[in-house]
Design a protein around this ligand. Structure first.
Ligand code: ADP
Ligand code: ZN
Length: 372
């Protein structure tokens, strides 16, 4: 892994990728590469800029970017707890109190998914909406949450219940940030990469199988390509379903129905990607039974998750009724059925409403002796 610090001089245009999210006047470019900072200084022109970041990322990168962008910095505590009304209120206070901002302000979200969601929602609502730029620093945010304009905070009754669709003006994925990301966070992000490959890109899937160790070593070339492929797929889905109304965006929930249930039942036990990895294994069992997925393909996908070091087994003490309750409590409920995304083949997802009965639970949760 390259640990040399990030600098303008390391910018390598040959390795950079630029993907356009085509949403008319709300469209924007996602750039992926090493050292993309030149572009960052240009985007907002003379408008006032504010960086919102968390304590870890701030310690590593805030000074550099605040100088480069001529921006002041608002720092919030690390972790999901910052997606709260209380933290948002403190961000509003720090945005407004100096009285130096107006509706031309550009907010830069420098951090992982938590910061993207929080700063994005602050941008969606400040002065009825100001521009913002995503500078994702986790793999998860680069391949998934920074693209698509979903912003939200949590409420005590559930996650992401207060939010807005507000597209960023640009997304800069600088792979140099990944050098300092803790291993577990990096691997968790790989779960969303496997998800994208499984539902949308068999060639990416083959590349991940062939280059597993280079990707775990965070080598620029395969990592840049993998992020670009994920962004291309996410952009295409978002273009077809910007505000999650046509159903197209639902395919991104592969592995998430069970994954979200696990996150709910065991708060703080897994990172999001880890829960999604276990959720995908359940969805694959269901796909083999109900969508005629070739079990050999299902096993290949589980094998790739394992090769990346992701968890694939459910906890032995998991109670099927409790899992059912949580899945039915999901906002995607239609009567007593839950919409599952299944795979017919690599790259061929299908959304299927399933009644949550004992037969479904038995397949989804699998044999008890296969649990961790
Ligand atoms: P996610 O993107 O998975 O939603 P978070 O926003 O919660 O995750 O970030 C996960 C953790 O990683 C946080 O503690 C955050 O401070 C830290 N972090 C994010 N980006 C980096 C980075 N590039 N280097 C080091 N730590 C980082
Ligand atoms: Zn996810």
């Amino acid at each position: 892994m390259r640990r040399d610090n990030w600098a303008l001089s390391t910018y390598n245009p040959a390795m950079a990728e630029k993907i356009q999210v085509k949403l008319g006047e709300r469209g924007y470019a996602v750039q992926i590469g090493r050292g993309l900072a030149e572009d960052s200084a240009a985007v907002s022109g003379s408008a006032a800029r504010v960086i919102v970041t968390d304590e870890n990322v701030g310690r590593l990168y805030a000074q550099k970017f605040s100088q480069m962008l001529g921006a002041r910095v608002i720092t919030v505590p690390c972790g999901e707890g910052s997606k709260s009304l209380a933290c948002l209120e403190s961000v509003y206070a720090q945005l407004l109190a100096p009285r130096d901002l107006d509706r031309h302000t550009v907010i830069v979200a420098l951090g992982g998914g938590v910061i993207g969601d929080l700063a994005g929602f602050a941008a969606a609502t400040l002065f009825r909406g100001v521009r913002y730029v995503q500078m994702p620093t986790t793999l998860l945010a680069m391949v998934d949450s920074s693209v698509g304009g979903k912003t939200a905070i949590n409420h005590e009754t559930g996650k992401n219940l207060i939010g807005a669709f507000h597209q960023p003006r640009a997304v800069w994925c600088d792979v140099a940030f990944l050098a300092t990301l803790p291993e577990r966070e990096y691997v968790s992000g790989l779960a969303e990469v496997v998800k994208t490959a499984a539902i949308g890109n068999p060639a990416l899937f083959a590349m991940l199988e062939a280059s597993t160790s280079a990707i775990l070593a965070r080598e620029d070339e395969p990592v840049t390509r993998m992020i670009a492929d994920c962004v291309r797929f996410k952009a295409a889905v978002v273009e077809q379903d910007e505000t999650e109304t046509t159903g197209r965006r639902a395919v991104l929930n592969f592995g998430h129905t069970l994954g979200h249930a696990l996150e709910n039942l065991y708060p703080n036990r897994w990172l999001h990607g880890e829960a999604v990895a276990i959720g995908m294994v359940g969805a694959l069992r269901l796909s083999a039974e109900r969508a005629a997925l070739d079990p050999v393909v299902a096993e290949r996908i589980v094998g790739l998750l394992r090769a990346f070091g992701l968890p694939t087994a459910l906890p032995p003490e998991l109670d099927a009724d409790a899992a059912a309750d949580v899945m039915l409590g999901d906002k995607k409920r239609i009567g007593a059925t839950v919409g599952f995304v299944l795979l017919k083949a690599l790259g061929e997802p299908v959304a299927l409403p399933c009644a949550v009965d004992s037969a479904l639970l038995q397949t989804l949760l699998g044999p008890h002796n296969e649990r961790a």
